[in-house]
Design a protein around this ligand. Sequence first.
Ligand SMILES: [Zn+2]
Length: 252
Amino acid sequence: MDMLNTPLGLLLALQEHDLQIEGVAAQLRQLPEQIEGGKRQIEQGRVDLEQVRKATTQLQMARKEKELELQTKEDLIRKHTTELNSVKSNEAYRALCGEIDRAKAEKSVLEDALLALFDQIDRQQAILKQEEQHWKGREAELLKQIQAWQAEQEQRTQELKQLEEVRAARTQGIAASALSQYERIHAGIRGPAIVAIKGEICSGCHMRLPPHLINEVKRDQALVFCNICARILYLPESRVAADRGEPGVVAE
Ligand SMILES: [Zn+2]
């Protein structure tokens, strides 16, 4: 009997197909999180850049404020200097000179502060320019990546749909009882529902199988289940052995 057409052979093919479905489904599950992660990075990048911009604007506002203060001092010095011509007493003259000296000293402090601020603004503008350039590239990269993920999501969704359709068609040809046994185990455990016997060991639970079970599998009359883990068993070498004319059944 051709093993490919026995319930076991058909179920093994179905299991291969289910593995493919699970692979695609697993990839599909990861994509929304990747897309969301990319969007969050874009959001954060924009917020970070906005902060650098804001810091630059604040420095420029501070500069304007200082310039205004400086202008006020200069106006005051000019006004007092003009007033010197019209004072009547020596005392008033000295007082006015004192005012002018104080304003000049304050003006000098303001000028130093402004120079320091100019330096700071230059540095900040250089940082902003660099950040803007870097972000331009990074944002484009992220947007491109998100688009690729979205395209992949669409493609995988289609792929999964087709695989599910093929699966539905495949199950039509499998005996109902065998199929329901497979589905029950498949839904209830991690990993494959059908496992190979390797050197008299069940490769699902790694326990040694009694010889009569192995013989039942070799007869391939009905599905045989591991007496420990209840997975469906198959012999990967049974067909090869049969082709070589070796005895198929071991002594129980
Ligand atoms: Zn087992």
